[in-house]
Ligand binder design. Structure first.
Ligand SMILES: *[C@@H]1O[C@H](CO)[C@@H](O)[C@H](O)[C@H]1NC(C)=O
Ligand SMILES: *[C@@H]1O[C@H](CO)[C@@H](O)[C@H](O)[C@H]1NC(C)=O
Ligand SMILES: *[C@@H]1O[C@H](CO)[C@@H](O)[C@H](O)[C@H]1NC(C)=O
Length: 418
């Protein structure tokens, strides 16, 4: 069973479509949702055809706010030196072609009618690799869910300098309207903490998923042209709108990953690991800079005891970056606290129940969550739907993994052959 995926044809198409995307973006179509649909695309077309539009021209208003990109006018932060999104596509859109309004994504806010409220969904790519099926499923799911949202959704990608042009073009093709190359936000040779300095001086990819490169996720806070930025991993699906989270006034809305911690850490009620696959961020350059400062100091492990600054927070997998840095920062450094939400609703990984003690927020057993209550699913324990091999863990008695895979296959038009 497999997803149709002919790499060579895929890349030819992706490169071709990236040129189309570039042309679209010159017309002011940043988020390019479904930019090249209806063209018989090979690898991911089945995922996208259901949108049924081939709108190369969205006849969007001239208002640059609507272009899905920050400009110097509406992104005060971009003036102060981050450079993100600056000088993005603000040319007057062409209106020669017959206009077809994209049927998805832009639904005026009911509470703020004077302007469309926008959120960016952001992914980080640290290396070339087989991420494209996941990215296609994710992008499609965001488009579908935002048909029912009051917020306009924009897709963007942060990539390391190692990521090649084929991957970047593939992202553009999938509708990631901005692909922003980013260097590490810290200087590894200048880290004070000896443990992280020597670890990352040897190999910055070491530790957790991607080592220091995991810190590219911090750039989510720099995208100040958006009301909120949702940083997500590429093995996820948005099943329902999450507007209620965008209304929370906090620098970070997150779910905890209790199962990332050991029994002792949970019993001591150490500030729990932040699940790195789902972060709702309120952009702020100040927050970005202070997070980078803590990370640059790098007082993690070694002389500094377990976790960050002997706090024990972050003494786990991925703890030296996002999954430990964020809980440490928002519980011990920041005056504005982060807000935890139910991991079974907003980042359901169908992982084992959290017991003794139970979670601070939300349900204990995500495997028991009603399918209709899951708003965001993260395919870790379940395996990836596009590999067509769902986890059949006997402990998942209600077969939530299987059912989530079925939802994914049905809504994405993935084809799994026996
Ligand atoms: C877009 O802006 C240009 C120049 O500011 C103006 O001439 C044109 O009428 C505008 N188009 C629309 C659709 O508002
Ligand atoms: C295109 O936009 C202009 C200006 O906003 C509007 O007057 C016109 O009706 C739009 N055309 C279509 C087909 O939506
Ligand atoms: C890191 O710091 C060292 C020493 O100050 C400096 O030589 C180097 O250029 C810096 N690297 C980066 C990427 O800024």
């Amino acid at each position: 069973m497999r997803v149709r995926n002919d790499a060579a044809r895929w890349l030819r198409r992706a490169q071709w479509s990236a040129r189309r995307s570039a042309a679209n973006r010159r017309r002011g179509t940043c988020f390019g949702v479904g930019i090249v649909l209806g063209l018989g695309m090979l690898a991911v077309a089945p995922l996208m055809l259901r949108d049924g539009n081939n709108n190369n021209n969205n006849n969007r208003s001239n208002n640059s706010r609507e272009h899905g990109l920050a400009t110097q006018d509406d992104a005060p932060g971009s003036r102060s030196g981050s450079g993100d999104l600056r000088g993005a596509y603000v040319e007057t859109p062409e209106t020669k072609e017959p206009a077809r309004r994209r049927p998805v994504t832009t639904i005026p806010s009911t509470t703020s009618p004077e302007r469309t409220r926008r959120v960016a969904y952001v992914v980080t790519v640290t290396d070339d690799g087989p991420f494209i099926d996941g990215a296609a499923v994710l992008a499609h799911s965001i488009r579908k869910s935002h048909e029912r949202s009051r917020y306009e959704a924009v897709l963007c990608a942060l990539v390391s300098p190692r990521v090649g042009s084929a991957s970047r073009n593939a992202l553009l093709f999938l509708g990631f309207g901005e692909v922003l190359e980013k260097e590490l936000p810290i200087n590894v040779s200048q880290i004070e903490g000896q443990t992280l300095r020597s670890l990352w001086s040897t190999d910055p990819k070491k530790g957790g998923c991607c080592g220091a490169w995991e810190l590219l996720k911090l750039y989510a806070w720099t995208l100040t042209g958006y009301d909120r930025v949702v940083h997500v991993d590429m093995d996820c699906m948005l099943l329902q709108p999450i507007d209620e989270l965008f209304e929370i006034d906090a620098p970070l809305v997150y779910t905890s990953d209790y199962n990332m911690m050991n029994q002792k850490q949970r019993a001591r009620k150490i500030e729990p690991a932040v699940q790195g696959g789902f972060l709702v961020v309120k952009p702020s350059l100040d927050t970005f800079r202070s997070l980078v400062a803590v990370s640059q100091a790098g007082h993690w492990g070694g002389n500094y005891g377990s976790g960050w600054e002997r706090s024990g927070i972050g003494g786990w997998w991925g703890g030296s970056t996002i999954q430990g840095l964020l809980p440490y920062y928002f519980s011990r450094v920041s005056t504005a606290p982060a807000v935890e939400v139910d991991r079974c609703v907003y980042d359901n990984m169908v992982d084992k129940a959290v017991v003794d003690p139970g979670p601070r927020v939300g349900a204990s057993a995500c495997r028991k969550t009603d399918l209709n209550d899951v708003k965001f699913v993260h395919f870790t324990v379940c395996q990836k739907p596009w590999t067509c091999n769902p986890n059949r863990d006997p402990d998942d008695a209600d077969r939530l993994c299987l059912r989530l895979h079925q939802v994914c296959v049905a809504t994405s038009r993935l084809r799994c052959r026996p």
